[in-house]
Design a protein around this ligand. Sequence first.
Ligand code: TYD
Length: 222
Amino acid sequence: MAPEAPGSSTPEAPAGPGRFITLEGGEGAGKTTLSRALAAALAGAGLPVLRTREPGGAPGAEAVRGLILGQGPWDPVAEAMLHFAARREHVARTIAPALEAGIWVVCDRFADSTLAYQGAGQGLSRAVWEGLCDLALGPLRPELTLVLDLPPDRGMGRALSRGDANRYEMQGPEFHARVRAGFLAIAEAESGRCAVLDAAARPEAVLAAALETVRARLGGLA
Ligand code: TYD
């Protein structure tokens, strides 16, 4: 998926720092559904919005996505480096220019996914992850991260019913349990940035909770 064009409300929007929102969570948690609905709600409130996702979101990053998902298994550090190589392209070509133009960026997965999947899931050390964050992102971090939490068996049921499982989705239940615990640990350690949403709720309820959180944490919504 290429990043979607900014909402039609851009012309009158003042240029300036945009807001950076990420959506995180395990498989089948409904991030794509929420990112669409959240971006539409923000655009409907007159805000300029860019919806994007990882791995990908820029031409070079999409090429690296093909390597990550199409090849492998990778050495865990090499795999994390591939995710961060894609992420740096994504930031440099898509996210940073949008934020500089005053656009709200809604991004489906970001660096927390590497800490949860490659760290908690595959044993990558936090020190390596932090080093890669500093190298690839400089000071850029999301302002708000919505963590969609769902028991892995429910999420995997949803993900597998879509067919065409990627190699992360094909991992066993222990892997997905570690990933979930990894996301919850991130949210607990960084409660000022993160909010955990119950992804077992109906999509409308998840969107309402997300909008409530955006309003409370970031403002800017009528
Ligand atoms: P994708 O088909 O986009 O799945 P999803 O809809 O769940 O995001 O595949 C991306 C996969 O890559 C997903 O299984 C999670 C994994 N991933 C990592 O392991 N580390 C990362 O840093 C990122 C961004 C994704």
